[in-house]
Design a protein. Structure first.
Length: 144
């Protein structure tokens, strides 16, 4: 076997090891990416018009009303969810006290199809479904 042929037979194994190490790095690095608040899943929504109303529905299972913040602007609404978890451990006989607090915020901005007034918007939360109702103030223009 020539020197050139023996070098070629070793080359794929080196590349395989290198590629395997890259795959391991990325698979381990991104395995818990969803735990990071920056990459939290988006808030799923549905938008539709029904009669004289524009309706936005956001699916928020397990979220209470006091965790939701709605910010209304003339052209859009921002839904912000703040979740906080507190874990406390106390062992009085050993004099150990531990407290861990984790906080996560998610938000979604939904544009309106037309400008709205804050006072026109109604929102309710029932069974994990946030419903935002906006009266349709669109004006149609007749073309002459």
């Amino acid at each position: 076997m020539s020197r050139e042929e023996s070098g070629k037979s070793k080359l794929p194994n080196v590349y395989q090891d290198f590629l395997r190490s890259i795959d391991d790095f990325f698979s381990k690095s991104f395995q818990h990416l969803h735990d990071n608040g920056m990459f939290a899943p988006s808030i799923p929504i549905r938008q539709y018009e029904k009669g004289e109303q524009f309706i936005i529905e956001a699916e928020l299972p397990g979220v209470s009303k006091n965790q939701i913040q709605l910010d209304v602007f003339p052209q859009y609404v921002r839904i912000r969810i703040h979740e906080e978890e507190v874990l406390e451990m106390r062992e009085d006989e050993k004099g150990i006290y531990s407290k861990s607090i984790s906080s996560q915020a998610r938000e979604r901005v939904i544009p309106f199809p037309y400008p709205v007034q804050e006072g026109d918007i109604k929102a309710r939360l029932r069974n994990g479904l946030l419903t935002i109702v906006i009266p349709n103030h669109r004006k149609r223009i007749n073309i002459e």
